[in-house]
Ligand binder design. Structure first.
Ligand code: ADP
Length: 447
């Protein structure tokens, strides 16, 4: 008899329950602490599939009845149900680990603090454009569990992995693993930076000698993984390297150890998505798809046409010569750093939301150089204001709408109005998508 208890009734929890059902588990139970009003869609699916559930509580006493506990991403390790499950020596795994046991396809796993979704989408795009079968799943929005047992043989699975999802894996192994960068984030969950880094490093923990680990040569925290790697290691960098993809002047190049030749793929300015961070994302993607024999010409064509992903430095509108950019997904300091530094024009920066132990000092230089004025909102507006007010013109506003109106008032032709909050969205919005959509709606109505 196979039994499973799933903690969390979000998208991945539901997909896990349905996968368990398809795989013939005898007992499946979903437990969700939040009241059912917030999960009516999930409840309906569970009812339709005759899967048992509870909302509004976790019945700890039921834990004994299950062999495996699957924890949804973001359930903190100190949650009572997890502590109790650990005490009762249960097998506690993530949705990724659970799904992996049913996987028969090659996997490219993508992790890092920033750039995961963009890189996952880009790799999927390059593969599809070169005529290969691929699917983008995981943290990007569609749970791995939803497709793992349904995809055609040979389809390449491009899997975005957050540190939460990697935290509880055991056997999971991608043929190609990418770590884009590691900078402070999610410290409330992981407690220390080194715990966070170790969770990211789990992406290659089970790799074998013919698997590939792709690392950011220029990021010292990521580079540390090299000494622990089990398979081949390739890099990407903003200057020439021996094995991997790199920037040489304004050219994107590639070099493999077995050939002395440097291959020139394209000019960096031909990459459609803007900013140095997107050059990094492109370089990492290039190494990954070459592992699956995509040609340089196909790579080049795809990079010239890939438009990027919604809410990531997304162009919204030009009004009276002012460009409005939605970078709502910039939920930490490093991502905002790259967004602000991507523009040559003066930036009116809308920032704030819920801080995650943010160190604003890291942004001092780029703010000094590129930002014209700062408009702070959300829980963090006071700390943003007090950090930057001696450096730049700063405004405090109560709502995103007021912030956009203020930006409209002070912007001059040639400026960029950039929403790149450097903070989480949950103080004022349901999620970063809601924040980004709200921004786009407000900007769309400006006259
Ligand atoms: P993730 O999925 O890791 O959160 P996204 O691709 O959604 O990453 O990008 C989130 C934000 O991070 C973007 O809006 C951009 O500002 C920034 N960003 C994207 N790629 C990188 C990178 N390689 N390094 C630093 N920041 C990045």
């Amino acid at each position: 008899m196979k039994s499973i208890c799933i903690v969390g009734a979000g998208k991945s929890g539901i997909a896990t329950a349905l996968l368990a059902k398809r795989q013939g588990f005898d007992r499946i139970f979903v437990t969700e602490k939040t009241p059912e009003d917030n999960f009516l869609d999930s409840k309906k699916i569970l009812e339709e599939n005759n899967i048992n559930f509870e909302f509004g509580k976790h019945s700890i006493n039921l834990l004994d009845e299950f062999d495996t506990i699957v924890v949804s991403p973001g359930v903190p390790p100190e949650a009572e149900i997890i502590v109790e499950a650990e005490r009762k020596v249960k097998k506690i795994i993530s949705e990724i680990e659970f799904a992996y046991q049913f996987n028969r396809n090659p996997i490219i796993g993508v992790t890092g603090t920033n750039g995961k979704t963009t890189t996952t989408a880009l790799i999927d795009y390059i593969l599809k454009n070169s005529g290969k079968k691929s699917i983008a799943v995981g943290n990007i929005g569609t749970p791995f569990s939803q497709y793992v047992d349904k995809v055609d043989p040979g389809t390449i699975i491009v899997l975005e992995l957050s540190s939460y999802q990697l935290d509880r894996i055991e056997k999971f192994k991608p043929e190609v693993a990418i770590i884009l960068n590691i900078t402070p984030d999610h410290l409330k969950y992981h407690k220390t930076f080194s715990n966070y880094r170790e969770a990211k490093f789990k992406i290659f923990a089970n790799q074998k000698h013919n698997d590939l680990l792709i690392l950011n040569f220029d990021d010292k925290e990521t580079f540390l993984a090299k000494s622990q790697a089990r398979g081949q290691v390739a890099f990407f960098s903003s200057s020439p390297i021996e094995f991997g993809a790199y920037l040489k002047g304004d050219e994107i190049c590639l070099r493999f150890p077995e050939s002395a030749n440097e291959e020139v793929i394209m000019k960096s300015e031909e990459i459609k998505i803007p900013g140095l961070h997107n050059v990094y994302n492109s370089l990492a993607s290039i190494v990954a798809v070459r592992f699956f024999n995509v040609s340089n010409e196909e790579i080049c064509n795809a990079l010239k046409s890939f438009e990027g992903v919604e809410h990531r430095m997304e162009f919204v509108r030009n009004l009276d010569g002012v460009s409005y950019i939605n970078d709502s997904k910039a939920t930490n300091i490093d991502s905002a750093y790259y967004a602000i530094s991507s523009y040559k024009q003066p930036v009116i920066w809308i920032a704030g939301g819920r801080s995650d132990e943010n160190d604003y000092e890291f942004l001092d230089d780029v703010v000094e150089k590129n930002v014209k004025a700062i408009i702070a909102i959300g829980e963090a507006k006071g700390e943003i204001f007090s950090h930057f007010c001696t450096m730049k013109r700063c405004y405090l506003e109560d709502t995103l709408e007021d912030a956009v109106f203020r930006a409209r008032q002070i912007a001059e032709a040639g400026d960029i109005v950039l929403l790149s909050p450097a903070c989480k969205s949950f103080d004022m919005f349901r999620n970063f998508e809601h924040r980004g959509q709200t921004f786009k709606d407000i900007v769309g109505k400006l006259q």
